[in-house]
Structures are given as structure tokens and as C-alpha cells.
Design a protein around this ligand. Structure first.
Ligand code: FES
Ligand SMILES: [Fe+2]
Length: 380
């Protein structure tokens, strides 16, 4: 079989595997083909700890939120014991989704034939007309529970029962970010966007500052940005750190909140831009954090969720509502700029004449992310 016959032949990617300044970018079909996308879902998203937002999305017992991740319908719910769990959103009778959207309930009642499941542990508590069915035991037909672990109030979902724990995935990241007090923060806004681009297009954009002077000319470009090497990372993440003064979550000249008093080390001297593999970016600056969460939907379709978190002392201020608008304006503007360029890049990548390019010295993490994907998609 030649490399052209087999899109997963490692020989096809030899140029991507070279050191940054000798390397070529991924072949364009890695961003457009259905088979490459399917392989990513199988070898990455169904195997790893996927970031799915923050626990305060379901703050009270009985709260639930249903969503789709990499083609799998999922529902997360807070039980009456206070714990948050994830279930496959698929009825054990004939498969209908038992929950839709967000809400609060005592139990999930399937809208098809009314099988009913406890919100605490997914056990089947009601199934009418099933008494005559031979050998039927309700105990065997609870909702399938999925692995869900938390760190500092953030939720991570894993479809693979054999995967090592979340703490292995995060490595030393919790230690690096400890002084932000993330566990005490509150989500004040969650914004969703449907994007016409591949998930890697967006991740790559988030992890390089090469595009900032052009794409963000009218907005965050006015924040002076130096080129910085990637930070050391012992875990499934990578990141950039920029040393500067003033919050990076505000446009120049905007009035904001006091700095987080507990910040230590580099956290007290600038901003971190972290990618938690494979598809979540955390921005952490002097006064808040924000995240960009990407759900792969199709080769050229991605759901983006942007979350904004502030410390409890900040959200409790009398002037919180008055001042927070300046932060939302910054995110609204810069995210609209990144969304537009990502969709434009996707359109260009779909050209039959699109071909691999080369990297600048400012794109080490784009190169690293692409190679991380190849390590998984091509296998050992
Ligand atoms: S499919 Fe859910 S009760 Fe029949
Ligand atoms: Fe950007």
C-alpha cells in the first residue's frame, strides 16, 4: 500500500515529525477528512480525560445538564448526596435520550415509555408493564455511569474504563496553578458557539501569538506581547507564560477588579495560557480565569464553550455587575476575531489545492500539538 492509498501511513507525516524549524504543517486533509476525524475520536476523545466545564453548572441537588461529546449523548447530574455524576444519556429500554437541555428533577423519566431512573446513581426505579418479561430485573438496567472526576471545581469525563486517573493526566498543573485558588472561583458566564472549523484549527490558534498583531489588531494587540518559549510541563498539558502588568482579560484602558491576593511566583508576574490536552485552553491572569472548551462535532464542525470565572471576593462586590461588562466585551471581541479567522482557515484548507506549509519560530506549540495528535492517531 502506498502513502496515498493509506492516509495513516507514518511515511506521509515524516515532514511533520521533524524539529520545528525543519518541519512542515499537517496535510490539509487532517482537518477535513471524515476518516481522520473518526480516527481522532477513537484514539483520542474516547480515551482521554475530556474537560466538560465546571461543577457549578449543576449547583443544586437534582440539577442536570445534557450535552453531546464526540457523538456520545451524556448527562451530568448532581445527586441528593451532593456528588456530580455522568451517565450515558440513553434509555436502557430502547435507547431514547432520557434528558434534554438543562433542568432540575428528582428522577429522569424517559419520554418514550416512561422508564424512570434515580438522579443519584442512575438506577432504574420504575418500568411499567415489565412484570411478565422473563428474567427481567430492574437492577440490571440502570443508566450506564461514565467516569467523571473533578479538579478545583472543573469536570473531566473519560469514556475509557481502563484509563489512569485524572491526577495522572494533569501531572503538576494543579501545583503550578495552586495560588489562583481556582476551587473558590465561580463561573459568571458561559457562552456557546457553533464553529465551521476543525477542532485542531482552533486549538492551534489559541496556542500561538504569531497571529495577534494581525487578527487582533483592533483589540488585544494593544496589549504588548512578547514572544515566550513554552513553559516546562510534566503532565498532559502545555502552555505559554507572558510577563506583564495589568489584567490580560481587559482591553487597554478598561477599569477592572483588584488582583487575586494569593498569587505567588510567576502567577503574580503575568498571565498563563495553558492547553490541557487535547482541546481546552485556560487563560489565567491577575484577576480572573477563562476557559475555551472545544467539543469535536465533525471534521469541519466544533462546539466552543467560553467560561468566565472570578474569585468569590470579586463576585460579591457591589460593583461586580458594573465592572464585569468590560471583561465580557474583551472576550466577545477577541473570540469573534478568532472564530472568524478559524472558519476562514478551514475554508482555505478545504481547497483541492491546499498543501502543507512551514512553521515560524513562534509556533512551537502548534507543532507540538500536531505531533501529539499524530502519536495517537498513527499508533505506536
Ligand atoms: S425507550 Fe425509554 S422507556 Fe422505552
Ligand atoms: Fe487569537
Amino acid at each position: 500500500m502506498t502513502a496515498v492509498d493509506n492516509p495513516f501511513d507514518p511515511a506521509r507525516y515524516a515532514a511533520v515529525r521533524k524539529p520545528l524549524l525543519e518541519a512542515w504543517t499537517l496535510p490539509p486533509d487532517c482537518y477535513t477528512s471524515e476518516s481522520f476525524f473518526r480516527r481522532e475520536v477513537e484514539t483520542i476523545f474516547l480515551k482521554v480525560w475530556n474537560f466538560v466545564g465546571r461543577e457549578d453548572r449543576v449547583p443544586a441537588p437534582g440539577d442536570y445538564a445534557a450535552f453531546e461529546f464526540a457523538g456520545a449523548p451524556v448527562v451530568i447530574a448532581r445527586g441528593r448526596d451532593g456528588g456530580v455524576r455522568a451517565f450515558a444519556n440513553s434509555c436502557r429500554h430502547r435507547g431514547a435520550k432520557v434528558a434534554e437541555g438543562e433542568g432540575n428533577c428528582r428522577a429522569f423519566s424517559c419520554p418514550y415509555h416512561a422508564w424512570t431512573y434515580a438522579i443519584d446513581d442512575g438506577r432504574l426505579i420504575g418500568a411499567m408493564e415489565m412484570d411478565e418479561t422473563a428474567g427481567f430485573d430492574r437492577k440490571d438496567f440502570g443508566l450506564v455511569e461514565l467516569r467523571l472526576e473533578t479538579w478545583a471545581g472543573f469536570l473531566f469525563l473519560n469514556f475509557d474504563r481502563a484509563a489512569p486517573p485524572l491526577s495522572d493526566w494533569l501531572g503538576d498543573l494543579p501545583e503550578t496553578l495552586a495560588s489562583y485558588g481556582l476551587e473558590t472561583m465561580a463561573t459568571t458566564r458561559r457562552a456557546e458557539y457553533e464553529l465551521a472549523c476543525n477542532w485542531k484549527v482552533y486549538v492551534e490558534n489559541a496556542m500561538e501569538s504569531y497571529h495577534v498583531p494581525t487578527v487582533h489588531q483592533q483589540t488585544i494587540q494593544k496589549q504588548k506581547r512578547d514572544h515566550n518559549p513554552p513553559i516546562p510541563a510534566a503532565g498532559e498539558y502545555c502552555g505559554l507564560f507572558t510577563r506583564h502588568t495589568g489584567s490580560r482579560a481587559l482591553l487597554p484602558g478598561a477599569r477592572g477588579f483588584p488582583h487575586i491576593p494569593t498569587l505567588e511566583g510567576d502567577a503574580a508576574r503575568g498571565t498563563y495560557y495553558i492547553l490541557i490536552n487535547p482541546s481546552t485552553m485556560f487563560g489565567l491572569t491577575y484577576d480572573c480565569m477563562w476557559w475555551l472548551e472545544l467539543h469535536p462535532v465533525g471534521p469541519a464542525r466544533t462546539r466552543l464553550i467560553v467560561g468566565s470565572c472570578f474569585p468569590g471576593e470579586t463576585t460579591g462586590r457591589d460593583d461586580f455587575d458594573e465592572l464585569v461588562g468590560a471583561y465580557y466585551e474583551r472576550w466577545n471581541k477577541s473570540i469573534a476575531e478568532d472564530n472568524a479567522i478559524s472558519e476562514r482557515q478551514q475554508a482555505g484548507l478545504s481547497s483541492p489545492f491546499a498543501a502543507p506549509g512551514r512553521f515560524s519560530h513562534m509556533e512551537p506549540l502548534v507543532h507540538a500539538i500536531d505531533n501529539w495528535v499524530l502519536d495517537r492517531v498513527l499508533g505506536p
